[in-house]
Every structure is written in structure tokens, then in C-alpha cells.
Design a binder for this molecule. Structure first.
Ligand code: EPS
Length: 372
């Protein structure tokens, strides 16, 4: 239903995105969208680029007098650092980066690969995701993410709500709900910076207020868990995605793994536990969506690993360019946007309609039926 496509290079003049399939009748709050972009730029461990940029998009299509028309939404951002034509060519690919495979595949050297594979592309995914968040808010769906691990520093596992994430992460330099763990994460990032290293970690995304029945069991491309895993895996540096208790479910018996079903007149069908992370059979089940996403450490190291010079095949250290030490806090903001995009897609698929009014009628009618 929804299609998002981004374009632009990290140090090019512009970054842009088109969001096709978005309904008419929604007020596009540009302050909210740009606020989300500011959140993406923040977080301890970010590199020098974030001191240069103050990311801000303009909407160049699909909106008249602040209201969406149903036409493709266009987002445009102008980079302050647009030095792409002066950037040096690189010859020593960074282990863990797209450099080597991309240079071999596209036959244009490393520079174009680096420019397009850069996580700077996520600025547009956050902009389009913010538009989706505005849509979901209209139907009471809220999304929040928090950092649960940076390197060896782990937030003790506990059930948490979207509201608790928002409250707990306020003011945290690493988007962590626990002050003590957050401090240890900051120290770990500082240690990595000092030793020319980088750190990965994990974040958790929650979404609440979702009706049962988004996605479908009938065909692999319609399964919502698969679609969420796909979009989250497409985020730069992501190496693993878990739904609910995820990997841990492989080591407990069925009696401890599944969420028993209850019914009340006010709530309809519900579960008291949420091992499934809000998805059963590729469909939302009405519980909070819980996804855990693991990011590898940034591939650009100030103290580089061994590589090969592609000009002469000599063993040399990999190239280094300004980079982040840890991008997991920013990654968590990006994860929210990606989940917002896929949930909006699934929501539009279920409740159809070109305008917010039509979608509302379909949604209300469906809720009435399933709540009985
Ligand atoms: C990023 C901008 C980039 C990097 C980072 C993310 O800017 P620059 O290359 O000019 O320093 O800081 O990208 C990466 C870590 C990467 O591996 O590509 C941003 O705006 O998010």
C-alpha cells in the first residue's frame, strides 16, 4: 500500500524521499517531523558530522495548506556538508562496511559505495517515519524505543510500556531508561573512543494501541513479523531482529512460551503475558508489539583493521574517515520510524480508503465487530 524511496548521498547537496500511498486529510506537522530529525542526530557517541548539520526537511509535494492530498509526499533536505566532489577516493575497504563488495559490484571505486551506504540515508527514513507516526497517532498507536545494550553494558530485562520508555529515557544521553546503566554505557563509549574502537548494541522498539489483525497468515509477503524484520534489517549496521522473547523461546517448553487467552466485555480478547511480542501467525494480536534489534559496531575504526589496497593488492590498514563511535542511541530513533512505516502500511492494507475519513469508518466498524 505504502511505498517509500529515498535518494541522496551522505555528502551530496540534498537528501530526499518520496512516500507514495499516504492518505489525504492528515495535517502534516513539520515541527514534529523536524523534532524527530533532531532526536536522530543526538546521542552520546555520535561523530563530528552532527555538529555541522542541523537536519531539517521541507515538504515539496503532496501537501496543500499543511494537509495531505493523497498525492506522493516529497521530503527534501539540504546538507550543510555537501563536499562530495572534493572527497578523496579511497582504496582500502573497511572490514564490515559495504566498501569492498560494493566497489567490486559497481566498478566505480569505494567513494560512491560509502556515500550511499552511509547511515546518513536514515535521515529520510526518519522523516517519512515521522509522517507515519502522525498517521498512527490518529488511531491511538504510539511507538517508542530505548537502548538495552551498548557493547558489554546490558539493561536488565524487564517488561516496559511505551509510556515508561518515554518517561525513563528523557534526558538520557544514550536513550536508556536506567540512569545507572546509561552512565556505564556512556563510559563504555568513551573508552572505545579513546582506544580508536567502536561499539554496537541493542535497542528495543515497542508499539502500543494496535488492533488485532494487522498483517496476515495467508502468504509470506503479508506476514507482519517478516515485514518488520525486513525493514529493521535494512537499517545500516543491523545484524539481528527478535520478535517478543525471540531467541529465548527456543529454550523453554510450549507451556512457558505461549500467551494464554482471556476475554472481558470491556477489553474484548486479551493476553496477560506477551512472550509473542504482539504477533501470532504473522498478525498483530492486540498486545504491544515488542521488537529487539541488534546493531554491530560501526565499521569505520580510528585504529583500523587489516585490509587490502585495491590499487595494488598490498596488505594495508583500512581507510579511516570521520565517523561515529556508537550509533545505537540514534539507531533506536531510526527503528521507531521504520516500525511506524511498516505499521502504517499494514494499517492501510487492512482499513483501506484514500482519506482519513474513510479509513476511520472502516477502522471503527472493524473494532465494533471484533470487540463484539
Ligand atoms: C551520519 C553521517 C555520517 C556519519 C555516519 C552517520 O557523516 P560523515 O560521514 O560526514 O561523518 O557520521 O555514518 C556512518 C557511521 C556510516 O558508517 O556511514 C548521519 O547523519 O547519521
Amino acid at each position: 500500500m505504502l511505498k517509500m524511496i529515498t535518494t541522496g548521498e551522505s555528502h551530496g547537496r540534498h537528501m530526499a524521499a518520496i512516500l507514495e500511498g499516504f492518505p489525504s486529510g492528515l495535517v502534516m506537522d513539520l515541527d514534529f517531523i523536524n523534532g524527530e530529525l533532531r532526536r536522530r542526530q543526538s546521542g552520546h557517541g555520535r561523530g563530528g558530522r552532527q555538529k555541522i548539520e542541523s537536519d531539517c526537511v521541507e515538504i515539496i509535494g503532496g501537501v496543500i495548506k499543511k494537509v495531505t492530498t493523497g498525492a506522493p509526499l516529497g521530503f527534501l533536505l539540504t546538507n550543510k556538508d555537501s563536499s562530495i566532489d572534493e572527497m578523496p577516493e579511497l582504496f582500502r575497504p573497511r572490514p564490515g562496511h559495504a566498501d569492498l563488495a560494493g566497489a567490486l559490484k559497481y566498478d566505480q571505486g569505494i567513494r560512491p559505495i560509502l556515500e550511499r551506504s552511509s547511515a546518513r540515508e536514515t535521515v529520510m527514513r526518519v522523516a517519512t517515519g515521522a509522517a507515519c507516526k502522525l498517521f498512527l497517532k490518529k488511531f491511538g498507536i504510539e511507538i517508542a524505543a530505548h537502548v538495552t545494550r551498548i557493547g558489554g553494558i546490558l539493561l536488565p530485562a524487564e517488561t516496559i510500556s511505551v509510556e515508561e520508555i518515554r518517561k525513563g529515557t528523557k534526558g538520557s544521553p544514550v536513550n536508556c531508561v536506567c540512569e545507572k546503566t546509561g552512565k556505564a554505557m556512556v563510559q563504555a563509549i568513551d573508552r572505545a573512543r579513546k582506544t580508536g574502537d567502536s561499539l554496537g548494541g541493542q535497542y528495543e522498539v515497542l508499539a502500543t494501541g494496535i488492533p488485532a489483525g494487522l498483517g496476515s497468515h495467508v502468504h509470506h509477503e503479508r506476514k507482519l513479523d517478516a515485514r518488520l524484520a525486513m525493514i529493521l534489517m535494512s537499517q545500516q549496521s543491523v545484524k539481528a531482529v527478535e520478535v517478543g522473547d525471540g531467541i529465548a523461546l527456543g529454550s523453554v517448553p510450549g507451556s512457558a512460551a505461549h500467551d494464554e487467552i482471556f476475554y472481558s466485555k470491556t477489553r474484548g480478547y486479551f493476553h496477560k503475558t506477551n512472550h509473542a511480542g504482539g504477533i501470532e501467525g504473522g498478525m498483530t494480536n492486540g498486545a504491544d508489539l515488542v521488537l529487539r534489534v541488534t546493531m554491530k559496531p560501526i565499521a569505520t575504526l580510528a585504529k583500523p583493521l587489516a585490509s587490502v589496497n585495491m590499487k595494488n593488492h598490498r596488505s594495508e590498514k583500512a581507510d579511516f574517515e570521520r565517523s561515529d563511535v556508537c550509533a545505537v542511541p540514534a539507531g533506536s530513533v531510526i527503528g521507531e520510524a521504520l516500525v511506524a512505516y511498516t505499521l502504517t502500511d499494514a494499517f492501510l492494507e487492512k482499513f483501506g480508503g484514500d482519506s482519513i475519513g474513510d479509513i476511520r469508518r472502516n477502522y471503527d466498524g472493524y473494532l465494533k465487530r471484533i470487540r463484539g
